[in-house]
Design a protein around this ligand. Structure first.
Ligand SMILES: [Mn+2]
Length: 418
């Protein structure tokens, strides 16, 4: 039996305000359906985090609808579980009806976990669908107060199932699976907290294959047949530096034989790339490279002195070549854009904080002469406001004047492409 293992689709996710559900995720869905036409799997296994959030957008719901319909039209069985990002209740909508259509969904954990047996020339293969679990949930489901940790919860729940390990069994789970206490390498886009919820891979002894979701980097854990498929697309720039990920094609032979595993590749609509260098270096290298490739870019500028309008110029340059700058960072100059959260531990001065704030909001650096004037002005008033106890400015007139000043500067900068 052949099946494809995927996970962490995160339909509806945005990357730095770029909604992937508009083009990138639909493009991936089409390529995935084409892949199924080539490899002709009997089933597709989706190991949780189908959506990016528990209340998915209309676009995300429509995309999943199209995805499942496409698989169903090809006669492919679907086995899908809820991850920690999904609302199990919502994902489980019409699960009994869909069961008859070959779309098997486990949104909620029950004492007897949902399982589906498919047949091939070597006999039955039972798929065990385990939605995301945590100790309190399992404790409630099994009516057992002694369950305290994730591994205990997982082991007890699996022990409570009637599994015939002389036959072939596939587990689908969305958990933090570790080997000897060592966590799997993160992709970078996970929202999980380090060290929480660890389950040793030996809890899955006896399963022919374990299809995992939760970690966005593709990798085996403990043995080659317990595996994270990784997310279908890079959901963080750090994931561009990792080995390529893609749907895992699993081929099961007769009971007692090792599953054959191969990673398939799906080219993204917009490859992601990180570019590092001075403003001049970057422009020259890109001129050499010629035509644009429609990429999503992260640019790290290493200039020691800020180049006026560097952000604007680079954005425009790449936009004209069909690429998009999603993240732009001035290395060593303070502002860490959009969520990287890193800090150098040093307390920043008011002018620095103001520059950061402006940069963060507009994604642009201020021209030098404007920067100095505006920052001096803001810093002076912010410092005075500290003594006033209310409002940033002593009176409305001054507030108005300041707002007008800011607007003029924004106008002079040509706005932004927010
Ligand atoms: Mn995830």
């Amino acid at each position: 039996m052949k099946f494809l293992h995927i996970a962490d689709l995160h339909f509806g996710k945005s990357l730095h305000d770029c909604p992937l559900v508009e083009e990138d995720q639909p493009f991936w869905v089409d390529r995935f359906l084409e892949l199924t036409d080539q490899v002709r799997p009997q089933a597709v296994v989706i190991a949780g985090d189908v959506y990016d959030r528990s209340a998915p957008s209309n676009e995300a719901v429509r995309l999943l609808d199209r995805f499942l319909t496409g698989l169903h039209q090809r006669g492919i069985e679907v086995l899908m579980t809820a991850g920690n990002h999904d609302s199990g209740q919502k994902l489980a909508f019409a699960e009994k009806l869909l069961d008859d259509q070959g779309i098997h969904i486990a949104g909620i954990v029950h004492k007897e976990i949902r399982h589906v047996t498919l047949e091939d020339e070597y006999g039955p293969v039972t798929f065990w669908l385990l939605p995301y679990i945590f100790p309190a949930l399992v404790s409630q489901v099994l009516e057992d107060d002694s369950i305290r940790d994730y591994e205990g919860a997982c082991r007890r729940l699996l022990e409570a199932q009637d599994i015939d390990f002389s036959k072939r069994n596939v587990l689908i789970a969305h958990q933090n699976v570790v080997r000897d206490g060592v966590e799997a390498d993160r992709g970078g886009s996970e929202t999980m907290i380090g060290g929480v919820g660890a389950i040793d891979y030996r809890a899955f002894d006896g399963f022919t294959y374990v299809a995992l979701g939760h970690i966005h980097a593709a990798q085996p854990v403990g043995r080659s047949t317990i595996r994270y498929s990784g997310s279908p697309l890079c959901y963080h720039f750090s994931e561009t530096r990792q080995p390529r990920k893609g749907p895992v094609l699993v081929e099961l032979g007769p009971a007692g034989t090792e599953a054959q595993i191969r990673t398939c590749l799906i080219e993204p609509l917009h490859p992601m790339r990180e570019i590092r260098g001075s403003f001049q270096e970057i422009l020259e290298a890109e001129k050499e490279a010629g035509e644009g490739r429609g990429e999503y870019l992260r640019i790290v500028l290493t200039d020691r002195v800020r180049v006026a309008d560097a952000g604007d110029k680079l954005r425009a340059w790449f936009r004209a070549r069909g690429s998009r700058v999603l993240e732009l960072v001035h290395e060593g100059q303070g502002p860490s854009l959009q969520g990287s959260g890193g800090g150098d531990g040093r307390r920043k001065s008011l002018p620095e904080l103001f520059t950061d704030f402006y940069f963060d909001r507009s994604g642009e650096t201020l021209p030098d002469q404007v920067q100095k004037a505006i920052i001096d002005y803001a810093a002076e008033h912010a410092a005075r406001a500290g003594d006033l106890g209310e409002g940033l400015f002593p009176d409305e007139k001054e507030t108005e004047a300041f707002t007008a000043f800011i607007l003029r500067q924004e106008h002079a900068c040509g706005g932004g492409d927010a």
